[in-house]
Design a protein around this ligand. Structure first.
Ligand code: SAH
Ligand code: MG
Length: 193
């Protein structure tokens, strides 16, 4: 996978950070996760990493950018994972999916996290998990003095809104894991909670 990591770095494609992907892989193994929905494929790095864990894992991943989608298709072929990874070239806000998943991984535009969370939560199996990436936005969420541009300010505000949506959510309970760019791990609350 070094080739994809280097390619992403050179071309400024925001693939998951090493610690984040390692946490995700470990979470999938420990919870025997098999069916995964990913929002935001980019060049296929995280879906390839997840599908490579074992042959029973199936990933459906959505990418709206056609250039990245085509790169992902070619990478998935290169790693012989066509049978395990299904990639959809569409804007995820417009995709209707009926399947159920053990894990939904949200890693697309940061301003749409709440929208994607609400849109796809009914595609989750009973004990399923929603994991969202980039809750820290390279530390800018925790230390706002690092914010340099209007664009960054906008993204930080959107992430803060999403965090308060999660923190006040009656249906799901969320913990934050400071691996990579910080992951939010959300699970349905027990009925008696
Ligand atoms: N998960 C990937 C990185 C994804 S980067 C990895 O770790 O390897 C985020 C990607 O989400 C970008 O390629 C961007 O084009 C895509 N994206 C952003 N908004 C989207 C949307 N509404 N629907 C589908 N894809 C989207
Ligand atoms: Mg990310």
């Amino acid at each position: 996978m070094k080739d994809l990591e280097e390619y992403a770095k050179k071309n400024k494609i925001p693939i998951m950070q090493k610690d984040g992907i390692l946490y995700l892989i470990n979470y999938i193994k420990e919870n025997n996760i098999e069916n995964i929905l990913e929002i935001g494929s980019a060049i296929g790095y995280s879906s390839i990493m997840m599908a490579s864990i074992n042959k029973n894992i199936k990933v459906t991943t959505i990418e709206k950018d056609t250039v990245r989608y085509l790169e992902a298709v070619s990478n998935i072929q290169k790693y012989n994972l066509n049978k395990q990874i299904k990639i959809i070239n569409k804007d995820a806000t417009e995709v209707e999916i009926n399947d159920k998943f053990d894990l939904i991984f949200i890693d697309a535009s940061k301003g749409k996290n709440t929208f994607f969370f609400n849109k796809f939560k009914d595609n989750l199996n009973k004990n399923g998990t929603i994991i969202t990436d980039n809750l820290s936005f390279h530390g800018l969420v925790e230390d706002e003095s690092l914010i340099k541009t209007k664009n960054q300010r906008g993204i930080v505000n959107k992430i803060k809104d999403f965090k308060s949506f999660l923190d006040n959510n009656e249906e799901f309970k969320t913990i934050y894991i400071p691996s990579g760019d910080t992951l939010a791990i959300s699970k349905r609350r027990d009925e008696n909670e």
